[in-house]
Design a protein around this ligand. Structure first.
Ligand SMILES: NC(=O)c1ccc[n+]([C@@H]2O[C@H](COP(=O)([O-])OP(=O)(O)OC[C@H]3O[C@@H](n4cnc5c(N)ncnc54)[C@H](OP(=O)(O)O)[C@@H]3O)[C@@H](O)[C@H]2O)c1
Length: 388
């Protein structure tokens, strides 16, 4: 014990000597180079502020996100969840139903939507469930907005989760334009149109409520090989941030969720790009993400879930965007994703050529290098955006 105290004392003495030595060096440096020293101090303060304003709110969020009941918070009866037929959306539906909210589920009119409606009705017999089959990738927003407006004309919807979305992967120039435009409409245009419908209704009726968008950490850094994804998510994060400032005073809370990878059907139709596979390997279940979203409503405009958004934001604090994009553009052809996609594109082109030679073959998506399993999303690629 005495030895321990003695060596602790020795360490303390050495540490004090080192601190004294550094202080003396700083003092000498400060008096010999006052301008350089001031610049160093300013840089240190700015650095600390930059990192602190990133980490402190995240830490506060981390420890203060206690559960909240949105039905009670807004004195609400009805919620709508787009993309509520699977993944994060279905988890949101279940959690909102647990709070006693009646639910409108809007998604592609398919078996998943029918099953989601049946599951919610069976699990929560005390609430009402309405199901609206719509293609949010339609190029004319009235194609989905009118059915949604009609299905909700007689009910006050005060809790809105605009969550539907998907990723299209592939080289931009080798993938049909209609696929990109459909992705743009589903991820971005539809969110704007749906927000407009319910915000204007709430304002007109003087109701309080919330609108929550599902964006992605992909909005923070460039997303080559899925060019529209990051672009649409950036637009949604920016749109939500602006809208939040405009309607908060009217009693409407706007939030935008940035989920880290989630184990859902999201990855099913994407190319097996090494980066996406890495994201997928770290994915967590959708229930935890839905829970974070609900806890964040009205507390934060931007709800960063998990480690990805904070890591990307930290990275952007360290490397300025302008420089990062230059570096990424220069090294892009040597990254694994590029090489993988190039191989896939060549394979798809060869298959398309083969199919063109065979008279009975029908080659839709020629040269798009779409993964074989991408039949589902292909229905979003028609020029009209309507389902096949
Ligand atoms: N999973 C992730 O790692 C991750 C990470 C960050 C952000 N996100 C975002 O989270 C949101 C939900 O995705 P998820 O992970 O839960 O994937 P998901 O399981 O594929 O759910 C997507 C939902 O959107 C619906 N949807 C897709 N295209 C549609 C269309 N054209 N019209 C109407 N509904 C459509 C889907 O319906 P169908 O299934 O019937 O097509 C489904 O209900 C998306 O906005 C996604 O961008 C996901």
């Amino acid at each position: 014990m005495a030895d321990l105290v003695q060596s602790a004392g020795a360490y303390a003495q050495a540490a004090a000597a080192a601190v004294g030595c550094y202080a003396a060096t700083f003092q000498a440096y400060a008096s010999s180079n006052p301008y350089a020293f001031s610049a160093l101090v300013v840089a240190a303060v700015l650095g600390a502020m930059s990192i602190g304003t990133l980490i402190v709110p995240w830490l506060i969020t981390f420890v203060t996100y206690w559960p909240q009941d949105l039905k009670r918070k807004y004195n609400a009866q009805w919620a709508i969840v787009t993309g509520g037929s699977s993944g994060i959306g279905l988890s949101l539906c279940r959690k909102l139903a647990e709070q006693g909210l009646n639910i409108v589920v809007a998604a592609v009119p398919d078996d998943l939507l029918r099953k989601a409606g049946e599951e919610l009705r069976a699990a929560f017999p005390h609430i009402q469930v309405r199901v609206v089959g719509v293609n949010l990738a339609a190029s004319n927003h009235n194609d989905y907005l009118e059915p949604i407006a009609e299905a909700t004309a007689d009910i006050p919807v005060q809790v809105v989760f605009s969550n539907a979305g998907y990723v299209v992967t592939g080289f931009f120039g080798y993938t049909p334009l209609a696929k990109w435009i459909a992705n743009l409409h589903c991820n971005e245009t539809a969110s704007i149109a749906i927000a407009h419908l319910f915000v204007s209704r709430m304002l007109k009726a003087g109701l309080r409520g919330c609108i929550v968008f599902t964006s992605s950490p992909a909005n923070i850094i460039p997303s080559p090989f899925s060019t529209l994804y990051g672009a649409t998510k950036s637009a949604i994060t920016h749109f939500a941030s602006s809208l939040a400032c405009e309607v908060k005073g009217e009693g409407i809370d706007v939030s935008v969720l940035h989920p880290s990878p989630v184990a859902t059907r999201f990855y099913n139709d994407a190319h097996k790009l090494p980066t996406l596979q890495m994201f997928k390997s770290t994915a967590i279940g959708p229930d935890a993400v839905a829970e974070t979203a609900i806890r964040g409503v009205g507390r934060n405009v931007i709800i960063d879930q998990g480690y990805y958004p904070i890591t990307f934001k930290l990275l952007m604090r360290i490397i300025e965007f302008t420089l990062m994009v230059d570096i990424m553009a220069r090294i892009s052809t040597s990254v694994k994703d590029y090489q993988f996609l190039k191989q896939e594109t060549l394979k798809a082109a060869a298959a398309a050529e083969q199919a063109a030679k065979a008279p009975a073959a029908v080659a839709d998506d020629v040269g798009s290098a779409a993964p074989a399993s991408a039949t589902k999303r292909r229905r979003n690629s028609s020029a009209t955006g309507k389902r096949a």
